[in-house]
Ligand binder design. Structure first.
Ligand code: XMP
Length: 321
C-alpha cells in the first residue's frame, strides 16, 4: 500500500530526527496502538528501543503469548517481560468492589512498569517514552501532550520525578484505521491489528466477584470460545467489543447426563458502537449464539448456563463492572 508506506517513511524520519542516538522505552499492552507505535519506533531506531510488557495475568487466552512470541518474532524488538501474575492475584484476593479492583490493578501495574523502567535505565539512561496517542486523543485533550498511555489506561496519575521522559508520539496525526493499515503494512499479526478495545484492568473487571486463578481460567476458556466463533462467523469487524463476563458468585442448577449440576452463568455482551460513549447490543445471528452456547457448556465444565445481555448503553455500560 503506497500511501501507508510513505506515512511510515515520514514517521521513521521524524522519529530519527527527534530521538537521535538516545535510548527509548515503550510499554506494550497487547493492544493495537502501543504495538504499532513501538514497531514504528523500532523501525526508526532499532535496538535503541526497549519495550516492557507487564503480564498481570488478566489478559485473554493467547494474548500474552502473542506479545511475547509472535510480536517479537515479527518485529525483532527488545522485550522485557515482567511476570507479575502472582502479585496481582495476591493483591486482588478478597476484593469484590469494582473501583477497588481498578485501583489495585492500576497501582500494581504502574509499580511493575516503573521497576522495570528503573532497571532498564540503569543499563544506560533512557531519554524518551513512546506513547500510542492517536489524533482523536490529541483533539480531545485540547492539543497538549497527555500523561503516558499506560497510565491513562489505568486511570492513574503522572510519572515520578526520576522517571520523567520526553514523549515520542508517532501516531499523533493518525486515525485508528490508518494505525491499523500501518500495523498490517509492518507485518503485525492480524488479530493484534484488529483487536477490539480491551480495558486496562482486563478480565479483572469481567469476573463479578473476587478474582482468583481458577475463575480466570474458567473465564478465559469461555471467552476463547466466544471470540473464536465470532471470528469464524466473519463478524469481528461488525462488533465493537465482545465482553464475556463470569458471574462467579452466582450458581444455578443444571442437568448433565444423569446428574444435576450447580455451575456458574456466563454473560455474553456483544455491542456495537462508534466511540464507546453510547452502545447498542449487537444482534448476532442466532446460529452463532447457539454455537457459542453449546460449545461453552460442553467445553467449560464449571459453566452450565449462557446468557445474552440485551441492554443498550445507556442505561447499561459496556463492561459489567
Ligand atoms: P463502559 O463499561 O463504561 O466502558 O461502557 C466504556 C469503554 O471503556 C472501557 N473501559 C475501560 N478501559 N480502563 C480502561 O482502560 C478501565 O478501567 C475501563 N473500564 C471500561 C470499556 O471496555 C469500553 O471500551
Amino acid at each position: 500500500n503506497w500511501t501507508m508506506s510513505s506515512v511510515i517513511d515520514e514517521q521513521v524520519e521524524a522519529i530519527r530526527a527527534q530521538v537521535g542516538d538516545k535510548r527509548v522505552l515503550c510499554g506494550l499492552s497487547g493492544g493495537v496502538d502501543s504495538s504499532v507505535a513501538a514497531a514504528l519506533v523500532h523501525r526508526a531506531v532499532g535496538d535503541q528501543l526497549t519495550c516492557v510488557f507487564v503480564d498481570h495475568g488478566l489478559l485473554r487466552s493467547g494474548e500474552a503469548e502473542q506479545v511475547e512470541k509472535d510480536y517479537v518474532a515479527v518485529t525483532g524488538i527488545n522485550l522485557k517481560v515482567v511476570d507479575a501474575q502472582e502479585t496481582f492475584l495476591k493483591e486482588l484476593s478478597g476484593v469484590v468492589d469494582p473501583e477497588s479492583k481498578r485501583k489495585i490493578i492500576g497501582r500494581e501495574f504502574i509499580r511493575a512498569f516503573e521497576n522495570a523502567a528503573r532497571e532498564i535505565d540503569a543499563e544506560g539512561p533512557i531519554e524518551y517514552l513512546v506513547q500510542g496517542t492517536l489524533y482523536p486523543d490529541v483533539v480531545e485533550s485540547g492539543g497538549g501532550t497527555g500523561t503516558a498511555n499506560i497510565k491513562s489506561h489505568h486511570n492513574v496519575g503522572g510519572l515520578p520525578e526520576d522517571l520523567k521522559f520526553t514523549l515520542v508520539e508517532p501516531l499523533r496525526t493518525l486515525f485508528k484505521d490508518e494505525v491499523r493499515a500501518i500495523g498490517t503494512e509492518l507485518g503485525l499479526p492480524e488479530s493484534m491489528v484488529w483487536r477490539h478495545p480491551f480495558p486496562g484492568p482486563g478480565l479483572g473487571i469481567r469476573i463479578i466477584g473476587e478474582v482468583t486463578a481458577e475463575r480466570l481460567e474458567i473465564l478465559r476458556a469461555a471467552d476463547a470460545v466466544a471470540r473464536a466463533e465470532l471470528t469464524a462467523a466473519g463478524l469481528d469487524r461488525s462488533v465493537w467489543q465482545f465482553p464475556v463476563v463470569l458471574l462467579a458468585d452466582v450458581r444455578s442448577v443444571g442437568v448433565a447426563g444423569d446428574g444435576r449440576t450447580y455451575g456458574h452463568p456466563i454473560v455474553l455482551r456483544p455491542v456495537s458502537s462508534e466511540d464507546a460513549m453510547t452502545a447498542d447490543w449487537s444482534r448476532l445471528p442466532y446460529e452463532v449464539l447457539a454455537r457459542i452456547s453449546t460449545r461453552i457448556t460442553n467445553e467449560v465444565p464449571e459453566v452450565n448456563r449462557v446468557t445474552l445481555d440485551i441492554t443498550s448503553k445507556p442505561p447499561g455500560t459496556i463492561e459489567w463492572e
